[in-house]
Ligand binder design. Structure first.
Ligand code: ADP
Length: 737
């Protein structure tokens, strides 16, 4: 490489140098003002020529890991500033050795004198000095300026060279500054972009949120609709006005019949339209809709399609469908498109449509259910009204009833007390039990409760009613919550029942009466036959003794008949409910008299008859004859149905306001199957017939007398061991006729 030429510096040169140094500042300022890189490169060249006295100058960039040199702007052989951006970069390797070594050694400035001067791709255009100054910044060579004196042929002094070297490093500084500035700007732009994106996203979110809020308002409005039809119409109206959809249509699907029916939609002018005429089979729907329905896709969207549902004038746009599903229940779908307003699909449209469809599904299900309930309620109301029944509901916490007072005017009450006041006094406690509940709530309490009771009708007549109810508990607290039931008048039914009962009794009485007559005739026939035969034989007999015997037989039969007739008279009198005597008499006397009378028979039968009478027995009020019958019948039976050498014990004991009369024997006893029958009229146990020729009326009379005087009779017996009859009677009982 040539050495740098250093001519002696005179005063002019000095001031020239100073001027150029000052110019560096000016150039630096101007370079700062330039925005485009191309203008920056051009200014490098032009400023060097204008202010620094450069002849030919070219600024080159070192690129690609400092392996290539890219000329930017330079001066051609004619002195014209030209741009080399379209030229290919040169490989550093292909450069002259002095430049290569300058670069390699990072020699800030190198010069060659009397060297060939080049133009473009290696054309030699003259001879002169040729210098390069490196733009080094932080150890990196960013570019270089190449200078020569082809045009002016002026020599160069060291200080001038030094200025170019300073210029090169100034350019390096500017490049770094510009690059940093660019980087900063890029980062700023990135940041700004991010901010803008964020704002756009927030805006989107806000918009979606406000649409969601509208969905909430729409839900409130839909809630207020009174029928499924009105609901469907509002779904379309509000979907358009509040949620911003363009055209909407709501279709129902009946899953069982696979039938589709339209409800409300939007016409091509954007008016809500009744589309209930659209009735079709599942298979007649548009294929993409059917596919969506079959796959149960919650939403389906198609963009840039022909909106061919509008057959007259199809347009290109988007359409979508969202299934109306709630849980497992699927009721249909909402269709949407942009036919009227032609607005593109907006963010959140589909999400909103899907949510709307869900909401609609829940309302449709709810409204259908309440319509069904309402229908049932109306039907029930008609049924209850026609049956004059009152359906009521009772609230445990408020103690109040709720019912439709128009269904019957028989009952009128507000709370439990008012209800109970209506009830006949004696039935109040049984009615009150219907409204009782234990705590905690017992499962069995949820069963149906039913009670019949008498009540005072508005005209104060006593009528009959029936109440059927069921308790409903609060599942959380397990306490009674409400009670539901029906109340209805059963007076007619009760009267009919009573008439039926009376009729049955009457029939029974007639039957008994007939039986009674048959038995009497039969029982009287036997002694009468004996009497008739005996009287016939008296006529044929001459012996006094024989006549006397026959008369005795006749008397015996007459006594039997009299006894029998007496039994019949007693029982008929008791049956007729004729008033009985209410006079005071001594129990002791009656019992003693009977005992005395029956002792003879007892002795005849070899039976020991004893009595044990309480000294505290009080006087008895009633009919002494009836009581005497009672005592005699029981003691006579005990003697008659006894065994040889048996015994009969009669006990009478005071029980304060009542007394006990007991007849125990050691006789044949009564087996269990016959025990329940022995009080029936004319009943005679098979094991007793050979012991006594009774009528079978004795115990029936005893029982009727006991009951007539408000007493009880009990019997215990062991076959072949004996029986014990116990009668308990009040001393004084007011008999009711
Ligand atoms: P009867 O006229 O037959 O005695 P009752 O009405 O007095 O009619 O008695 C009905 C039947 O009850 C009797 O026929 C007899 O079979 C049975 N009976 C009554 N009292 C006794 C008794 N103390 N021991 C065993 N059987 C008895």
């Amino acid at each position: 490489m040539d050495t740098i030429h250093t001519p002696s510096q005179n005063h002019d040169e000095k001031s020239e140098i100073i001027g150029r140094l000052k110019s560096l500042q000016k150039i630096s300022f101007e370079l700062d003002q330039v925005i485009e890189w191309s203008d920056f490169y051009r200014l490098i060249v032009e400023s060097a020529r204008t202010y620094l006295g450069a002849d030919r100058i070219c600024f080159m960039l070192l690129t690609n890991n400092q392996q290539y040199i890219q000329p930017t702007v330079g001066v051609d052989k004619h002195g014209q500033v030209v741009s080399y951006f379209n030229d290919y970069p040169f490989l550093v390797e292909t450069y002259a050795d002095w430049i290569k070594s300058g670069l390699k050694n990072r020699q800030r400035i190198s010069i060659r004198h009397n060297a060939p001067l080049y133009e473009g791709q290696g054309e030699v255009v003259g001879i002169g000095w040729n210098a390069i100054a490196l733009c080094i910044q932080a150890d990196e060579i960013l570019g270089l300026i190449v200078l020569d004196n082809l045009l002016t042929q002026k020599s160069i002094i060291d200080s001038e060279l030094e200025i170019f070297s300073l210029y090169a490093s100034l350019i390096g500084e500017h490049i770094i500054r510009r690059k940093n500035f660019e980087l900063l700007q890029e980062q700023n732009n990135l940041l700004r972009q991010k901010q803008a994106d964020l704002q756009a996203e927030q805006q989107k979110q806000r918009k979606f949120l406000s649409r969601l809020q509208n969905l909430h308002h729409v839900a409130v409005e839909l809630e207020m609709t009174s029928s499924v039809t009105e609901l469907c119409k509002q779904v379309i109206t509000l979907g358009r006005s509040e949620l911003g959809f363009d055209r909407l249509g709501l279709f129902f699907v009946d899953e069982e019949t696979q039938h589709i029916s339209g409800t409300y939609g939007t016409d091509i002018e954007g008016n809500v339209q009744d589309i209930s005429k659209i009735q079709m089979s599942y298979f007649d729907t548009l294929s993409w809709v059917r596919e969506g329905l079959e796959k149960r896709d919650l939403v389906g969207v198609r963009d840039n399609v022909s909106l061919c549902s509008v057959v007259e004038n199809p347009e290109i746009g988007w359409n979508a469908m969202a299934l109306c599903v709630q849980g497992k229940q699927f009721i249909g779908w909402i269709a949407a498109d942009n036919y009227v307003r032609k607005e593109p699909l907006a963010d959140g449209d589909i999400e909103l449509l899907s949510r709307y469809a869900n909401l609609v599904a829940s309302f449709v299900i709810q409204k259908r259910e309440s319509e069904r309930l309402e229908n049932n309620r109306n039907l029930l109301g008609i049924a209850l009204k026609s049956a004059a029944m009152l359906a009521w509901s009772y609230d445990w916490s408020t103690n109040l009833f709720e019912y439709d007072s128009t269904s019957t005017d028989l009952f009128s009450f507000q709370n439990l007390n008012e209800f109970l006041e209506m009830v006949f006094l004696e039935d109040q406690s049984s009615v009150a039990t219907v409204f009782q509940s234990s705590f905690p709530f017992d499962e069995t309490e949820s069963k149906l409760r039913k009670v019949e009771f008498r009540y005072y009708a508005p005209n104060n007549e006593i009528c009959w009613a029936s109440i059927v109810s069921q308790l409903e508990s609060d599942t959380e607290s397990n306490t009674p919550k409400r009670m539901h039931g029906i109340l209805y008048d059963i007076t007619e039914h009760k009267l009919a029942q009573q008439r039926e009962l009376e009729l049955a009794l009457e029939r029974q009485r007639l039957l008994t009466y007939n039986e009674f007559l048959a038995n009497i005739s039969h029982d009287l026939k036997t002694p009468l036959t004996v009497i008739s035969t005996s009287s016939y034989l008296i006529g044929r007999t001459t012996s006094d003794e024989a006549i006397h015997k026959r008369i005795e037989t006749i008397n015996g039969q007459i006594n039997k008949m009299l006894e029998h007739i007496q039994d019949i008279l007693t029982i008929t009198r008791l049956d007729s409910n004729a008033p009985v005597k209410e006079e005071a008499y001594s129990l002791e006397t009656i019992i003693k008299q009977s005992e005395t009378r029956l002792q003879t028979i007892a002795k005849e039968k070899g039976v020991l008859l004893t009595t044990d009478l309480d000294v505290n027995l009080k006087p008895m009020v009633g009919d002494p004859h009836l009581f005497e019958r009672l005592v005699t019948n029981l003691i006579a039976n005990a003697i008659n149905y006894n065994r040889q050498s048996g015994s009969v014990t009669v006990i009478a004991k005071d029980l304060h306001d009542r007394f006990k009369f007991e007849v125990a024997d050691t006789g044949i006893g009564i087996d269990e199957t016959n025990l329940e029958n022995i009080f029936k009229r004319y009943y005679r146990a098979p094991n007793g017939t050979k012991h006594s020729s009774g009528t079978g009326l004795g115990l029936a009379i005893v029982k009727t007398i006991t009951e007539r005087y408000g007493g009880t009779i009990e019997v215990s017996s062991i076959v072949n061991q004996g029986s014990c009859f116990t009668v308990i009677l009040p001393y004084h009982y007011k008999t009711t006729p």
